[in-house]
Design a protein around this ligand. Sequence first.
Ligand SMILES: [Mg+2]
Length: 270
Amino acid sequence: MNLSATRPYKGLILDIDGTLYRSSKRIPGAVEAVAALRAMGCRIVFVTNALEEAAWHARNLSQFGFPAEPEDVISASMTMMRYLHQERPGATVYAISQPGLVAMLAREFRVSEQPDEIDVVIASYDPAFDYHKLTIGFKALRRGAWFVATNADATCPIDEEEMPDAAAVIGALEGCTGRKVEVITGKPSRLMLEAALERLDVRPEECLIVGDRIETDMQMGYDTGIATLLVLTGVTHRAMLDTAARQPDFVLESISELPAWIATQPRQTQ
Ligand SMILES: [Mg+2]
C-alpha cells in the first residue's frame, strides 16, 4: 500500500471581493499568499456572486496580480446558465439584470419582454431597475413563469459604498406577486459549490472555503459540511462575529496569513 502524507485543504474555494481585494485596492499580502498557496500545491478556484463572465474576472484578477484563466473562475451568472441548460433547456427567459447577463443569456436562450412568452424570470443586480421591468416580471410570474435569481445579496460594494444588490429586485417581485423565489444559483447555493468542486477535482473533505461574508461564503460551507475560514478584511468585523448564530471553523485577520496557517495544519494520511 502506498501511504503518503499530504497537507489538508488541497482545494481552496476563494471569494474575491473583500478577500483578495476591496474596490480597487489589493488586500496587503494577498498576491504573495495566493502565489505561496499555489507553490504549496493547493488548487484554487475563485468564486463570486458578481455577474461578469469568467474571462472578464480572469483578466481582472490577473491585472490585480492573481494570475487566473477563465476556467479558474465561477460566477453566479455561470451557474445560472448551467442551471437553465440543465433544468429549462429551450426556455424563453427575461432577466432583470445588468446588460452583461442579458447578452450571455441571449447567446444561448430566447430572451423576451413579452410576459405571455416568458418561461423563466431571472432576478439579479440591476442598477437600471425600474417600474417597467418590474411590471414585465410581475405579469410573467402571475402567469406562472419560474422565478429564479442569480444571488440574494442584500448589498454589494461599489466604490467603497454599499449599494442595493439582487435582494432588492427579488423583494420587489415577491412583494407584488406573493411568490417566493424558487432557485438561487449564486453563493451560498449548492449549485455554486458543485461547480467549484467539479473544477477543483478534489474531495469535499480536502476543501476549504475562504471568504469575508458569513451569509454567503461561510453559509455555503455550513450547508454542505465543507470547512470554512473567515477573513476579516471585508464586510465582517470581529464584533459581528461575536453575535453570529454560528462560528466559522477558522478565522484569520487576512488571507495573507493563510499559507503559514495551512503549513501548521496536521497532515492527512491517504
Ligand atoms: Mg466577499
